[in-house]
Design a protein around this ligand. Sequence first.
Ligand code: FAD
Length: 417
Amino acid sequence: MTRFNAFSLLRNALSGHKNWTEQWPDSQPKAEYDVVIIGAGGHGLGAAHYLAKQHGITNVAVIDKGWLGGGNTGRNTTIIRSNYLYDESVRLYDHAVDLWEGLSQDLNYNVMYSRRGCLMLAHTAHDVQSFKRHVHSNRLNGVDNRWLTREECKEFCPPLDLSPAARYPVMGGALQERAGTARHDAVAWGYARSASSRGVDIIQNCPVLAIRRDAHGAVEGVETAKGFIKCKKIGVSVAGHTTTVMETAGVRLPLESFPLQALVSEPLKPVFPCVVMSNAVHAYISQSDKGELVIGSGTDQYTSYSQRGGLPLIEHTLAAITEIFPIFSRVRMLRKWGGIVDVTPDRSAIISKTPVPGLYVNCGWGTGGFKATPGAAHTFAWMIAKDEPHPINAPFTLERFRTGRLIDEAAAAAVAH
Ligand SMILES: Cc1cc2nc3c(=O)[nH]c(=O)nc-3n(C[C@H](O)[C@H](O)[C@H](O)COP(=O)(O)OP(=O)(O)OC[C@H]3O[C@@H](n4cnc5c(N)ncnc54)[C@H](O)[C@@H]3O)c2cc1C
């Protein structure tokens, strides 16, 4: 694998950039692997990277029905933060932020992690109480989060409208300075390149049709569009399609799949220095390095696998954005898209063993799993390698929906991006 550094850049520049080697080969399936990961999103590719790099398990295939990074990893608005309410969530998301900070170096691939801060706006007395509770809880956990007055919010994010007649008045906000964004495609590409260079096969355009179990009930392999592949262990990381894949192994999960939409504006000069979220109105915004305003919406109210979503949702989101930032009211929108997110009853993820020996699942990230990518992938790989949960993902079991030990971020945050 070519290492990216100043010398390789100079060498390739002098030869007209004609000699760069391919980043990863388009592999065809072998008959048998130690581990098959279903889903080549950031989570699946990341798990393959950590399996190979940290656990020495390289006889691994990552299989995707489409192209790598073509699921929610390549469709999200890339907000990274760890200021969740509950101790379990904070440990998991802050573990991810720790890994984000060194990820470009770890992968020798620039994932463009940008620590620009995330401001969560409070519009009502309830928001103020709730976010101050988050601030106190986070600080007890050693996670940065602080309360800003409305004037400090304006100072941090100048395009904000503070007029008293505003429909969504700003009453203050919670700021996590360590939060930010990263380049979503680069995350998938960086993990793919690293895993592939260590011997992992990445097999694209190959839908997994079923998980097959042996006479004792343990996993035996996967039926795919390219034939049967035998394996000892299977990790499922397919986001919105988790229920359909898992039911082929006879495992039912407490998940619902919804469309979630995002949209971008025409490119503007740099005007928006941070990430702003308005949970009460389900709108959030940042500016990409290309200059587009990246705007996220809420989930549709109906379950669906159509990667589109309804117009009323984004109309509502844009109405809210232009109320909070009137400066953007004449900006034109360039395109919109949707992804299918898998939502659990408590809006926290599942990274768990399953009743089927050798079958592991990483799902339920709903609207907020991009930020968790390195942390989820790292702990998922650990669990697959050792057949036991990492201490950080141990609370995120499937059993919690039976025992009632929920991690109820749904009630805590209302929206989980
Ligand atoms: C519009 C939108 C905005 C979002 N914004 C944010 C945000 O700002 N911050 C944040 O933290 N999170 C956000 N998210 C959520 C985040 O994108 C996801 O939680 C995260 O990317 C999930 O990653 P993944 O690798 O698990 O899934 P994916 O990237 O979806 O990968 C799953 C892969 O599985 C493949 N697959 C499915 N079925 C099969 C099959 N049968 N056989 C083989 N392969 C299969 C798919 O093709 C896909 O490539 C957003 C999501 C959307 C849709």
